[in-house]
Design a protein around this ligand. Structure first.
Ligand code: ATR
Length: 280
């Protein structure tokens, strides 16, 4: 999706993938810096390690304790740090600036793919693992009225509930299923990745007809049993491909300084993930 975007923007850069062992991440970042690379994306398990390896952290990265995007910046003669695209010749001093665009990706995908904005809403979050925690905390910052947390391991839901209450005391947090209608049910569990997986929720406790929209962070398969059931019940539905798309679009904007060509990126991503453009 990045190379398609760069071609559409007429920018002569290339986005390349490298396999890096966790113990080599420091030298890999130093090497990218030394060779004048514009920036990096990092994925599991590098996102947490990179927090300690970049020179400066953006608030997005310090808030979530994870870096998924690095922008290399040079020091201009007036002392300001500017993205490398702003220099004709390699600057003497270069630093690695760490960002996190993952959390923003979910907010943008919910808005663009589902027409969902969180303020004043009731949200059910299924799953309190790594992805569920980040989604819950980022959504809580948007001031929904209530968040309901359901997780197989109750203790993890309790800990997450406490963290939300501490950081965002204006949000009402409940453990368990909502008693009435909700605006969004979001699956952040891994249930649905495999065809034999059970539903990520208890259908007796969550009547989907009382749910306006359903989002599954899983994007392969494109339609999980959860999304199929939600669609059948009349919910607006979207899968997690948009999260991947929008975290990438935001990263590209950090590197290029211009708006990302999102539809070009979506088409390239869908062709890559599903083999052909998805019909929406
Ligand atoms: P990720 O980083 O993708 O969120 P994770 O932190 O391992 O991965 O979280 C996986 C989530 O899927 C958790 O909410 C997990 O529930 P537990 O906290 O109880 O482990 C949930 N999950 C995984 N397998 C499950 C299963 N068979 N039944 C119910 N929930 C499951």
């Amino acid at each position: 999706m990045h190379n398609a975007a760069l071609a559409a923007l007429g920018i002569d850069w290339r986005y390349l993938a490298f396999n890096v062992r966790p113990e080599d991440l420091g030298p890999a970042i130093a090497g990218a810096k030394a060779t004048g690379m514009i920036g990096l994306n990092l994925t599991v398990p590098h996102k947490l390690l990179a927090v300690h390896l970049v020179d400066v952290l953006d608030e997005s990265a310090s808030t979530w304790g994870a870096v998924n995007t690095v922008r290399f910046e040079g020091q201009a003669s007036n002392g300001d740090w500017l993205p490398l695209r702003c220099f004709d010749e390699a600057p003497a001093k270069v630093r690695a600036h760490g960002f996190n665009t993952d959390a923003e990706g979910i907010i943008l995908s919910l808005r663009e793919d589902l027409g969902f904005t969180a303020p004043g809403t009731k949200i059910l979050l299924l799953g309190a693992g790594g992805a569920g925690r980040a989604a819950a905390l980022r959504l809580a910052a948007e001031r929904p009225r209530e968040i309901y947390l359901v997780n197989r391991t109750t203790q993890k839901a309790e800990e997450l509930g406490l963290e939300i209450r501490t950081r965002y005391p204006f949000v009402k947090v409940n453990l368990g299923y909502p008693p009435g209608a909700i605006d969004l049910a979001l699956n952040a569990t891994s249930l649905g990745l495999k065809p034999e997986d059970p539903l990520p929720f208890d259908p007796r406790s969550l009547p989907l007809k009382n749910t306006k929209a359903a989002y599954d962070m899983i994007y392969r398969p494109a339609e999980t049993a959860f999304l199929a059931a939600a669609k059948q019940a009349g919910c607006r539905v979207a899968n997690g491909l948009g999260m991947l798309l929008y975290q990438g679009a935001r990263a590209l904007e950090l590197w290029t300084g211009v708006p990302a060509p999102v539809s070009v990126m979506r088409k390239a991503l869908e062709a890559n993930v599903y083999g052909s453009p998805e019909v929406h």
